[in-house]
Design a protein around this ligand. Sequence first.
Ligand SMILES: [Fe+2]
Ligand SMILES: [Fe+2]
Length: 156
Amino acid sequence: MQRTTPTDEALLIDSQHRALFDQLRRVATVYGRGGAAAATGELAEFDRLIRVHFREEEELLGRLSYPDLDAHRVEHDTFLSELQRDQSDELDPASLAFLRGWLVNHTMGCDRLYDQWLSDRAAKSQQPGGTSSGAGGSAGGATPAQLAATRRLRRA
Ligand SMILES: [Fe+2]
Ligand SMILES: [Fe+2]
């Protein structure tokens, strides 16, 4: 399979994903040492980081007319509701496991789909006769139907 050079945006998103996993590890470490009350500050920082990340990811995908943006946004919003609940209730091991599981599944699932779409788009724009128009337009690689089929395969 041909790999394309990641875009600057994809690199930024990757670094944000790493920061989110690092922060969630901090939450778990502090929770393990001092319990839910001790982890409040680290969980609030995770909340802050992931809201920034979701906003920037959605802005990027909107700028590039990503065909599955609405569904992606729903996934983000649903997670934020869960995260809000975890901050209202007392954090426990099950909540921590949920947060980590969701982050793994989302970054390896939905986020992978748009990452592949970005790579296909960049590869197309570099081909002779390909578009180099930047944001917007119909320069995407996979159609929404292809993306949905890929997602179904990943969930199977
Ligand atoms: Fe996402
Ligand atoms: Fe993401």
